[in-house]
Write a protein that binds this ligand. Structure first.
Ligand code: PEP
Length: 252
């Protein structure tokens, strides 16, 4: 079953101790219960918080996600986690191929594809992240880079109902800078066409990179933007909920 749009997903990265179960997770669930909006709200906290976060989120309608997984279901892979383990912890989505993992840990398109296939096998929805570096952006290579990442990273047997793509220009992540609205719209149109050519027309495409309360409404209003992937601002309940509310076209 496809996830209702817009999708507003928070990527906590390597942030969050158990104290944040109250100050962030419970507080978000409370806001959501008080003023529910159309769309899908989800958070991807660190692995250590998944099971207790699931308990807090029970019945809230807020999705839980992992930040990566291994391509294998189990085995001698010290320090890794499988998609089946994420499913067992209550996750419904998994972020894959985030640029911090592609750049910092050498994840390739082939790795992302294998992980996405493992994610689907475990019954979860992969959120495949793609994006260009600043040098590639300046050189006008953005669409070529994204096209190659889409072709190389999508799982075999992909189905638009169980796939999400997140466009995150690497130079916009955590920098406070974003492409122009026109650039975002053009890139999303290109991604939509490429996904259609790959047989997964209608796959939700999120934008990520310095989404904040003051730019969320404009970004979410763009054609082809089906939601946002939010890093820093997802660690502040007010900011994150304001972004979620912006997606519904209402003030928080
Ligand atoms: C991210 O890391 O996925 C991200 C979009 O971060 P930020 O919102 O902080 O730019």
């Amino acid at each position: 079953m496809s996830l209702p749009k817009p999708l507003i997903i928070g990527n906590w990265k390597m942030h969050g101790l158990s104290a944040e179960l109250e100050t962030l997770v419970r507080a978000l669930a409370k806001r959501h219960a008080e003023t529910p909006k159309p769309g899908t709200l989800g958070i991807c906290p660190p692995f250590t918080l998944l099971i207790p976060a699931k308990a807090v989120l029970q019945g809230s309608g807020i999705l839980l996600g992992g930040q990566t997984c291994h391509a294998k279901g189990q085995g001698a892979f010290t320090g890794d986690i499988s998609a089946a383990m994420l499913a067992d912890a209550g996750c419904e989505i998994v972020l894959l191929g985030h640029s911090e993992r592609r750049a910092g840990l050498g994840e390739t398109d082939a790795d992302v594809k294998a992980k996405a296939e493992a994610t689907l096998s475990a019954g979860l929805t992969p959120v495949v992240c793609i994006g260009e570096t600043e040098d590639q952006y300046v050189a006008g290579e953005t669409l070529d880079v994204l096209g190659a990442q889409i072709d190389g990273s999508l799982p075999d047997g992909a189905d638009a109902e169980r796939l999400v793509v997140a466009y995150e220009p690497i130079w916009a992540i955590g920098t406070g800078r974003t492409p122009t609205m026109d650039e975002i719209a053009k890139v999303h149109a290109f991604i939509g066409e490429r996904l259609a050519a790959a047989g997964v027309s209608g796959t939700p495409v999120l934008y990520g990179g310095s989404v904040k309360p003051d730019n969320a409404a404009a970004i979410l209003a763009l054609d082809g933007v089906d939601g946002v992937l939010v890093g820093g601002a997802s660690l502040k309940v007010d900011d994150f909920f304001t972004i979620y509310a912006a997606g519904a076209g209402t003030a928080a």
